[in-house]
Design a protein around this ligand. Structure first.
Ligand SMILES: C[S@@+](CC[C@H](N)C(=O)[O-])C[C@H]1O[C@@H](n2cnc3c(N)ncnc32)[C@H](O)[C@@H]1O
Length: 257
């Protein structure tokens, strides 16, 4: 939480950001759930339209770096409709995956896709909050968080939770929107984001506000170095990151050593 939000916290209640708004910390998860409940049925289509299909390449790059192996067990936190879990299972024979997400409608959309792709027998879908993962012990070989951490009220708590559920030697990989370095590109990206994405959201999902939240939340999220420091603070070792598409997105990797 930043100092502005500290100052905005009224009557001792903690505050946080929801896009560019300051909201009580206790309200954020509900607002985030409303966003994804509203867009769930059109979520996958919107990803393709907004990014011109680029999100598929970024998710493939995540898998290239993670290099799934046969028999591994993945937890995909904030896994939504399952894009990452599907890719993981496609590359790792006899592996299993659990998709954990706050929003029931995203899980419902994902489960339907898994049945169509005949992956349902290797996948579990669990409703849960990244800040209190509903798993005991350290049983997962790998954990992924793809475009999810930005939405979590206290990302530090989610990272600590992931550290808890990974087995020693397990690996976390985070894919998230990040900060574009070349100034000219950053300006063009900003214009595109604020002018086009909410308008597209309105046409495709009937919900402009949810896509304005998306654009705003990206601006509020820590940059590449700061996120790397957050992984280290949560206990991860060998933390590395790399930019995708000049920093529009970034991949972070860390190990529970
Ligand atoms: C942008 S979607 C990403 C979905 C998927 N990982 C992908 O890459 O396509 C963000 C997801 O994070 C979930 N989410 C947000 N806050 C969460 C939390 N605190 N715990 C678990 N899931 C959360 C939302 O419900 C939503 O499905």
């Amino acid at each position: 939480m930043g100092e502005d939000e500290d100052a905005a916290a009224a009557g001792g209640e903690r505050a946080t950001h929801f896009g560019f708004q300051t909201v009580p910390e206790a309200a954020k998860a509900g607002l985030v759930r409303d966003v994804f409940t509203s867009v769930a049925s059109r979520y996958d289509l919107m990803n393709d339209l907004m990014s011109g299909g680029l999100h598929r390449l970024w998710k493939d790059a995540m898998m290239d770096w993670l290099a799934p192996r046969a028999g591994q067990r993945l937890l995909d936190v904030a896994g939504g409709t399952g894009d990452i879990a599907f890719r993981f299972l496609a590359r790792a024979p006899e592996a299993r995956a659990v998709v954990c997400d706050l929003t029931e409608s995203m899980l419902v959309a994902g489960r339907a896709r898994a049945e169509a792709a005949r992956l349902a027998d290797r996948l579990d879908w669990v409703a849960g909050d990244a800040m209190a993962l509903p798993f005991a012990g350290a049983g997962f070989d790998a954990c992924t968080i793809s475009f999810g951490l930005r939405n979590v009220t206290r990302p530090e708590t989610a990272l600590a939770e992931v550290f808890r559920i990974l087995r020693p030697g397990g690996r976390l990989m985070v894919l998230e929107f990040s900060h574009v370095a070349p100034a000219l590109l950053a300006r063009a990206y900003d214009r595109y984001s604020f002018a086009v994405i909410p308008a597209l959201g309105e046409v495709v999902t009937g919900d402009r506000a949810s896509y304005r939240y998306l654009v705003e939340s990206i601006r509020r999220f820590p940059d590449q170095e700061r996120l790397a420091a957050m992984l280290r603070d949560a206990g991860f070792g060998l933390v590395r990151w790399r930019n995708l598409s000049f920093g529009v997105a970034a991949l972070h990797s860390g190990w529970k050593l």
